[in-house]
Design a protein around this ligand. Structure first.
Ligand SMILES: [Mn+2]
Length: 366
């Protein structure tokens, strides 16, 4: 089966972009979705799942990929209460299976999800993009949380992984994580996955962990999936075809040392879901997200696409973040998730992909 192009959609009433808008982007088959009002640890109920999936299917898409079912902090910390939360996670997997879900994207980052210092940073051409100012993020987690929360309040918009309920308890969370070393976090990760693998085999659903974003420790919190060596370790730790990656090119390439195309070549069979995002680096360690065009950033988008294509990638792929273009501005666009730049990104990726298909076919004919 060839790769399937996807588009992340936040759901009716939670996303200004409609499924009808997405229908007009050539090549999109999969809607990447979630129940965004669920707290980590809650069971996703069949009637709640049905409502969203039926809407997606009625619009002519499949709902094969969920991003994300978030993992409760107690699982990451390794508290006795993790048993119930793991049970709940397993129940959610079972509840998703009858709806045709094939891949669950999640992350295993302590406390914070993706982290940026500016959500609307001018790129220089009139558009804006997510930006990371390295020296700002290192200092104060509360300042960071307050900044992201200010968008939540101002625009009535919630961000996955930045639930106000959790952010209100930052001191408590940091206290709980104080003895969680990197090795302890790896061990808790293994414990979680080993409990999940039987139900993954039973249901055919792959667990696909997202890279840590950015790929280094922040605020003294350990981060695990940051480079090729840690990805190797992760895949070996639970060496199971249902233990997979959401390989995020932009997350990894925030560290310019990472060569994403090489990782794709090495592990294409264990990548269930590909996030394609371009990043531009600055000499002081700051980075800005960029258009998908190869030469607009430093990620090596064409090399990555070629590695997927030539490796026979048959998973799901989506443009990750995009810039905010034209009339997209704070208040009318979800940061990183506007319509236009992601649509342009899809056309860029499909352009490259179609050409590679054509080259291959012609080669085979000779
Ligand atoms: Mn990503």
């Amino acid at each position: 089966m060839p790769m399937q192009m996807g588009f992340r959609w936040y759901g009716e009433g939670n996303d200004r972009i409609t499924l009808q808008d997405i229908r007009q982007i050539p090549g999109v088959r999969t809607i990447v979705w979630a129940l965004h009002d669920k707290m980590p640890g809650e069971v996703w109920q069949p009637d709640e799942i049905a409502k969203v999936v039926n809407t997606i299917k009625a619009a002519g898409f499949n709902a094969d990929v969920v991003e994300s079912v978030n993992v409760h902090d107690d699982i990451k910390i390794g508290l006795p209460t993790r048993e119930q939360y793991i049970e709940n996670y397993i129940q959610t997997i079972r509840n998703l299976a009858p709806f045709g879900v094939k891949v669950i994207c999640y992350n295993f980052m302590p406390i914070f999800d993706w982290t940026r210092s500016d959500l609307f940073h001018p790129v220089g051409d009139g558009s804006t993009a997510l930006f990371y100012q390295k020296d700002m993020i290192q200092d104060d987690p509360k300042e960071m949380a307050a900044y992201v929360m200010s968008f939540t309040e101002q625009y009535h918009m919630s961000f996955p992984g930045w639930e106000p309920e959790r952010m209100a308890k930052l001191d408590e969370l940091f206290e709980k994580y104080k003895d969680v070393t990197k090795e302890k976090l790896w061990e808790n990760f293994r414990y979680f996955l080993e409990k999940l693998m039987p139900v993954c085999h039973e249901t055919g659903i792959k667990m696909a962990v997202h890279m840590d974003d950015p790929p280094w420790d922040i605020f003294g919190l350990p981060r695990l999936l940051v480079d090729e060596a840690s990805i190797d370790r992760f895949l070996k730790m639970v060496d199971d075809p249902y233990n997979c990656l959401t390989l995020c090119s932009g997350s990894l390439n925030a560290n310019p040392e990472n060569n994403v195309a090489e990782i794709v070549k090495k592990h294409v069979d264990r990548i269930a879901f590909a996030h394609i995002r371009n990043v531009k680096h600055f000499a002081n360690g700051d980075f800005s997200e960029a258009s998908h065009r190869d030469c607009d950033g430093d990620t090596g988008i064409l090399d990555i696409l070629r590695a997927y294509h030539d490796g026979g990638f048959a998973g799901y792929i989506r443009p990750d973040h995009g810039r905010h273009l034209w009339d997209e501005k704070p208040g009318n666009v979800r940061p990183g998730y506007g319509l236009y730049d992601r649509a342009l990104g899809i056309m860029y990726m499909l352009g490259a992909w179609d050409l590679m298909d054509k080259e291959q076919t012609e080669k085979e004919c000779r």
